[in-house]
Design a protein around this ligand. Structure first.
Ligand code: NAD
Length: 283
């Protein structure tokens, strides 16, 4: 029987714990979000993050900038947030407008406020197998799902499809740190099926509907679908869920799988940064 991994339920458990700790200790962590341009998906994501933060007792502020914002203007605002003792976590909503040098903007964030773990300081620590201040939210959430369902990673063959700095690459590093054998596939990978059919676990973070089909997966494999594809019928992942489910031992749905875990991990990272900055010992 296939187990559908319930990311929504686990996310509620994680955020419920954060909410009660924040209440118990009467504290107010604060998240700052920088959003530039008019990407409609970004607006929805930022609204959802703010809504969740409010629900948990995390303050948030969103600084919005027009599509033609100057890079230096964004940098100046990040420097101000870095210095502001009331701000614990800084998030830059991606993608930024094309004329902006994303690397330069992300690198300006103080590593101790880098809630996404995207600065080279935190990313480098993760690559080296050390503890960064924060681990990128989506791969961290996927790891939490594995742990919740007692899925052992050591020695497993894992295919990660998609090599973005946000999902694929940090996912690969986290899995390697847990002694999995990882193949990182990308747009130039040839014969994805040859790799997928021999994988114990497939994590797809590409953004292509029906990229992973039933004939590409082996019996009893574990399928994690990160992809978000919107069409008139709503949200779909990268996996042909209704057919792949016949072969999988565990599978995440879209929506209700990885997505809610990403937001939950953002809340957790914000709370953890607060604790680090305040040298806060919970009793
Ligand atoms: P991206 O959109 O920056 O890049 C896509 C990646 O897929 C690239 O590395 C590319 O090389 C690779 N790719 C393209 N075609 C491929 C193929 N045929 N086989 C293997 N790899 C291929 O990546 P991203 O920002 O990580 O986003 C990927 C998907 O995950 C998107 O649909 C995005 O919306 C979604 N996403 C979901 C969450 C969540 O919380 N659920 C979080 C982040 C991203």
């Amino acid at each position: 029987m296939t187990i559908i991994m319930d990311g929504k339920k686990l996310a509620e458990k994680v955020t419920g714990n954060i909410k009660s700790e924040i209440k118990k200790y009467n504290i107010r962590p604060k998240l700052a979000v920088i959003m530039a341009g008019d990407n409609p998906s970004s607006k929805i994501y930022v609204q959802n993050k703010q809504k969740k933060a409010l629900e948990l007792g995390i303050d948030s502020v969103v600084l919005t900038f027009p599509q033609d914002v100057y890079e230096d203007n964004l940098l100046e605002n990040i420097y101000i947030l870095n210095e502001d003792v009331n701000i614990n976590a800084i998030l830059v909503q991606l993608p930024l407008p094309e004329h902006i040098n994303t690397k330069r903007i992300l690198e300006a964030i103080e590593p101790i406020k880098d809630v996404d773990g995207f600065t080279s300081y935190n990313f480098g620590l993760l690559a080296l197998g050390y503890n960064p201040y924060c681990i990128p939210c989506t791969p961290k959430g996927i790891l939490r799902l594995f742990d919740e369902y007692n899925i052992e990673l050591e020695g497993k063959n894992v295919l990660v499809a998609g090599r973005s700095n946000i999902v694929g690459k940090p996912m690969m590093m986290l899995l390697q740190n847990r002694n999995a054998t990882v193949t990182l596939a990308h747009s130039k990978t040839k014969n994805l099926k040859d790799i997928s059919i021999n994988s114990d676990i497939i994590i797809s973070a590409v953004g292509k509907e029906n990229l992973i089909t039933e004939d590409m997966v082996k019996q009893n494999s574990i399928i994690i679908d990160v992809g978000i594809n919107r069409d008139i019928n709503g949200l779909k992942g990268d996996v042909d869920f209704k057919n792949v489910i016949n072969k999988a031992s565990y599978i995440t749905p879209v929506p209700g799988g990885v997505g809610p875990m990403t937001i939950a991990m953002l809340m957790e990272n914000t709370f953890e940064l607060y604790k680090i900055q305040k040298n806060y010992q919970l009793l």
